[in-house]
Design a binder for this molecule. Structure first.
Ligand code: TXA
Ligand code: MG
Length: 326
């Protein structure tokens, strides 16, 4: 079986060997599981695009183990230093001008590169044992919900990865925040596991507007993404409820007083905690999606802290019904 327990050091060593030899390894990070390849091996990176059916125009994040290693791949402006020191390792990806060491396939031909130091010890060990930076998108089919457990990867991509390292459920449960430091003003390209409030405390002129109100425009930031197969609508507490005759699931942030009539109810956080809700979001969406429902109704969450990223994912998921191929 190619799912291996990541607490077994021999499995991580074997995974590193696979990476060095140009193979693909799915591995846990604190955000979601990634599908990794040697970032400097264009043929290995090409396999990632094939396995995920990911368009070649969508660039991939380079994962490194420390700041010195990050500098081998990107030109970090002065303002990046305190950000890197405060938020790395952690759920923050920085987009900066790229160095020539990064193959074009990784950045989809862009002059910028996205770099991140993951906090998960298994991800860190995998990078160190491999001796190379690891290019890794989330380990799901393109456009679908990201995996937060090893079996989610096995369900979607089992034939694609040469090994899946099982490190248990991901603690953050949402992808990293993508922050561009490549332009005149720092700009959020994707809200995620590092809150925008924390970042704007450090970067006074942070442009987060696009991420909060509209859907951000960046490569790979398609309006429909993170999609369930079941159509999902975001409906306020007192908004229109389920349609008669439809088998409907409810995704609620807090415990509900009226769950009657729903075929299934998923509560993201018993105590109304946004971190807990974020950690449970993708697992709950998967559970509902496996139930052959006609429709999922999602209640909005407060748009602060991780709630901004949760609402971003829900909005994209609800936009996905416009895609005929899902
Ligand atoms: O938490 C995460 O970020 C996870 C884990 C595995 O690290 N990775 C992840 O990768 O979510 P992916 O490929 O699913 O999403 C990365 C996003 C994409 O929307 C991509 O377009 C954007 O980052 N991105 C990557 N390089 C970029 C660049 N040079 N400029 C702008 N956006 C970039
Ligand atoms: Mg992804």
């Amino acid at each position: 079986m190619k799912i291996r327990d990541a607490s077994d050091g021999a499995a991580v060593a074997m995974a590193a060997l696979i990476i060095r030899r140009g193979g693909l390894v799915a591995f846990p990070t604190e955000t979601v599981y990634g599908l990794g390849a040697d970032a400097q091996n264009p043929r290995a990176v090409a396999k990632i695009f094939e396995v995920k059916a990911r368009p070649r125009i969508d660039p991939i994040i380079v994962h490194v183990s420390d700041i010195a290693m990050a500098r081998k791949y990107g030109e970090f402006p002065k303002c990046a230093q305190p950000v890197m020191e405060k938020f790395w390792p952690g759920p923050l990806t920085l987009v900066v001008p790229k160095k020539s060491s990064v193959p074009a396939i990784v950045t989809a031909g862009l002059e910028t590169v996205a770099v991140r130091i993951p906090a998960h010890p298994v991800a860190q060990n995998l990078i160190r044992f491999s001796g190379c930076a690891i290019a890794a998108p989330s380990a799901n089919m393109f456009g679908c919900v990201s995996p937060t457990e090893a079996r989610h990867v096995a369900d979607q991509l089992s034939c694609g990865a040469d090994m899946i390292l099982d490190g248990g459920p991901c603690a953050v449960g949402l992808e990293s925040t993508v922050l561009s430091l490549a332009g005149d003003t720092p700009r959020i390209l994707r809200p995620g596991g590092t809150s925008i409030e924390e970042l704007s405390g450090m970067l006074g002129n942070l442009d987060a507007g696009g991420a909060v109100t509209n859907l951000p425009q960046a490569p790979g930031q398609m309006e429909s993404h993170y999609a369930t197969r079941t159509p999902l609508d975001i409906v306020e507490e007192n908004g229109p409820e389920m349609n008669p005759g439809e088998k409907t699931g409810l995704l609620s942030y807090k415990p509900v007083s009226r769950g009657d009539g729903y075929a299934a109810v998923e509560i993201l956080s018993e105590s109304g905690d946004l971190r807990e809700a974020a950690a449970n979001l993708f697992r709950s969406l998967r559970r509902l999606d496996a139930m052959q429902l006609d429709r999922i109704i999602a209640r909005p969450v407060p748009e602060k802290g991780l709630g901004i990223a949760i609402m971003d994912r829900l909005r994209r998921c609800s936009a996905a019904r416009k895609r005929p191929d899902l």
